[in-house]
Design a protein around this ligand. Sequence first.
Ligand SMILES: Nc1ncnc2c1ncn2[C@@H]1O[C@H](COP(=O)(O)OP(=O)(O)OP(=O)(O)O)[C@@H](O)[C@H]1O
Ligand SMILES: [Mg+2]
Length: 294
Amino acid sequence: MIASKHFLESSNSSLCKHQKINNIVEFIIGNTTYSYYLNDRIKNGRYGTTVYKGQNENNQQIVAIKNIKKIVDDTEQNVNNTEISIMKQLINEPNIIKFYGDYDNPINKLIVMECATSDLFTKIENTIQEKNKGLNITECIKMLKQVLIGIDILHEKKIVHLDIKPENILVMSDGTYKIADFGLSKMFNDNGIVFLEESCGSPLYAAPELFNNLKKYNAYSLDMWSIGIMLYTARCCIIPKFTKYNIKSLIMFLSNKQDKQDKKFNTILKSIINYKPTKRATAKKILEYLEEDN
Ligand SMILES: Nc1ncnc2c1ncn2[C@@H]1O[C@H](COP(=O)(O)OP(=O)(O)OP(=O)(O)O)[C@@H](O)[C@H]1O
Ligand SMILES: [Mg+2]
């Protein structure tokens, strides 16, 4: 169930309450009441998360509502609060999913946000079914550029996503790509490069240094590696298993044609899928390269 029937205070500083009656979730923020019909379930995530489609009762606006079941454990709760505070900082960014509100009770936490039509994982799957191959290079580069615009903003704000994968990149009705799911993200305060002391995210998209028992990882480079793997996956329909020894041949295999677009794609991929985190390209660097190339 989405929420209990009694009013509760939210974690927000504003007065914000919510209840659910017959599939309507009602939120009160200050003096305004927002009512959403809960429509279909979009997807179940991991760890008791469900994303629903909702509709604003007054203006019919379609939204997505992420229901996070709280685990009575301080760390988990903390992660959820981080997710919301990060989303709140990014509401005006074109390639980040827009946050509308959050509502809280002892059992669930709800995040209301703009609703996408699909995610990149589903888009790749559909393309494979239709054409028996992955996204074309133009679409891959479009996706890459939009994800990098989002990631560059995050990194400038000292936020790392830490769970970049096709399931967390949403596709809007106009074809725009937006970054979502800040459930594992972290914010840092210090000025220099930010380092992580633990590993997280999907192992399939995890950078090789995470498996090397190092003590600290450059957090920005972790996001970049995941973007590289995601780019490869979008194009080739397989999640590659790169080792120190096969990187060159795997990337070469992508294209022997060497037309302009292919070359561009390979150059970018090589700059991201670099085993050495210090040599891995930054989001800004690749965006500059894409600009120069236009
Ligand atoms: N705003 C949205 N609009 C449309 N679909 C969405 C939206 N947010 C999430 N989804 C869908 O729901 C799925 C799960 O959402 P999300 O990734 O936020 O939850 P999660 O539990 O953190 O997921 P996981 O842990 O499996 O990565 C996404 O992969 C996407 O398919
Ligand atoms: Mg997710």
